[in-house]
Write a protein that binds this ligand. Structure first.
Ligand SMILES: NC(=O)c1ccc[n+]([C@@H]2O[C@H](COP(=O)([O-])OP(=O)(O)OC[C@H]3O[C@@H](n4cnc5c(N)ncnc54)[C@H](OP(=O)(O)O)[C@@H]3O)[C@@H](O)[C@H]2O)c1
Length: 363
């Protein structure tokens, strides 16, 4: 199956429930504009905006189904066989389709054997309800296990969706060789997130390259991503002007000098930071880590899947998925606040205690 190098992310489509009906047509039209501009891979998930993202995509694509590739995902709470089978029926209904091009595991879930989930997926593939099977947010060993099982079923893992952008190359570095060896496509999510709103030397390098090559910084950041072998990206935009810009990515590949400058500017930005200098962003527990017991930390994730303890076991095995994003606390400049990765932060503290250091990217 061929997919467009740049696709459309839709995690926020249908986000505002109060204006959902009023905005419906304009969001649908934006998706169609994306398709007209070549962004024919559309990424969604059952969980996005409680199914409204899939409903919007269904409305947009029902008359042009063959022109697009729809990638959806099911949640970790639905990893058992019945859960997978129920999830796909719900997604296909909302998406107004009787097949999904790429069906992805949204997050690993250690509580259900991977073989059970994958067996359900490969059975769906044999029935023709899924064309390809993909995974998201898998670390190296989870991906390796998935690929081994797929091979035993004479099938394959088509893609691994990971967070990958100029300022977060951590997971890419961990899995890219394996993906190349096994012909697994890498789909970069959040390829622009928290990148363009910074004020630092790295962004100035990006902006200079953009000016000299007649592109916008967003286009350069995406050209850089797809300059990597076997890598695709799914930016999300709510603006027609930006969507048209995204459609031009791929037409103006970066020269090797620009790639080198970007690699140098964004090199080694992962650093280790004492966990006790980081504050949770959740207002209910604005506490520095040392004050909390393991039991209290565990209780933070009762309604999350994967749980803090599942993530902590992976981290203890050396599989930290990706650094957390932090920024200086404006009101208390000795501390940092978490921008992304709250659960991973607490899993890390659970695993290694409050005197440890955690990999972070400061923005
Ligand atoms: N598998 C997973 O666990 C996972 C996790 C997160 C995300 N995802 C997927 O990845 C998709 C994208 O991720 P994301 O929404 O986190 O981040 P993103 O697409 O990297 O960033 C979105 C931001 O980029 C801006 N933008 C887009 N095009 C632009 C352009 N041409 N010029 C300037 N700014 C531009 C958007 O603003 P405007 O709206 O103003 O254009 C928006 O603020 C999601 O929709 C979802 O499908 C998957």
């Amino acid at each position: 199956m061929q997919i467009s190098k740049i696709g459309q992310g839709t995690g926020h489509k249908g986000e505002h429930l109060e204006t959902y009906n009023k905005d419906f047509d304009s969001v649908v039209n934006n998706i169609l504009a994306g398709v007209e501009n070549g962004l024919t891979l559309i990424d969604t998930a059952e969980i996005y905006c409680e199914g409204r993202s899939e409903m919007i995509i269904g409305a947009a694509t029902k008359d042009i189904r063959k022109e697009v590739k729809i990638a959806s995902k099911f949640s970790p709470t639905n990893h058992k066989r019945d859960g997978v089978l129920n999830s796909i029926e719900g997604s296909m209904n909302r998406l107004c389709t009787d097949y999904i091009d790429l069906y992805q595991i949204h997050w690993p879930n250690a509580a259900v054997p991977l073989e059970e989930t994958l067996t359900a997926l490969f059975d769906l593939q044999e029935e023709g309800k899924i064309l390809e099977v993909g995974v998201c947010n898998f670390n190296y060993s989870q991906l390796k296990n998935a690929m081994e099982f797929a091979t035993s079923r004479k099938s394959r893992i088509y893609s691994a969706q990971i967070k990958f952008n100029l300022s977060d190359q951590f997971t890419y570095k961990a899995i890219s060789s394996f993906c190349h060896e096994n012909d697994i496509k890498i789909i970069a999510y959040s390829p622009l997130r928290n990148l363009l709103n910074q004020d630092n030397e790295r962004l100035r390098v990006l902006t200079r390259i953009a000016h000299s090559s007649g592109m916008s910084p967003a286009q350069v950041a995406l050209e850089w991503i797809i300059s990597h072998r076997g890598v695709y990206a799914i930016p999300e935009s709510s603006k027609l002007k930006h969507i048209k810009e995204l459609g031009k990515v791929g037409q103006n590949p970066l020269d090797s000098r620009s790639i080198t400058l970007l690699n140098q500017a964004f090199e080694n930005i992962v650093e280790n930071l004492e966990v006790k200098l980081i504050k949770s962003k959740n207002k209910k527990r604005l506490l520095a880590a040392p004050k909390l017991t393991r039991k209290e930390i565990q209780s933070f994730s009762l309604d999350f899947c994967p749980s803090i303890t599942d993530l902590a076991s992976e981290i203890e095995e050396g599989n930290f998925l990706q650094p957390i994003l932090v920024r200086l606390d404006e009101n208390d400049r000795e501390f940092y606040e978490i921008v992304e990765g709250e659960l991973r932060y607490w899993a890390f503290v659970y695993a290694f205690g409050a005197n440890s250091e955690i990999p972070v990217i400061k923005i």
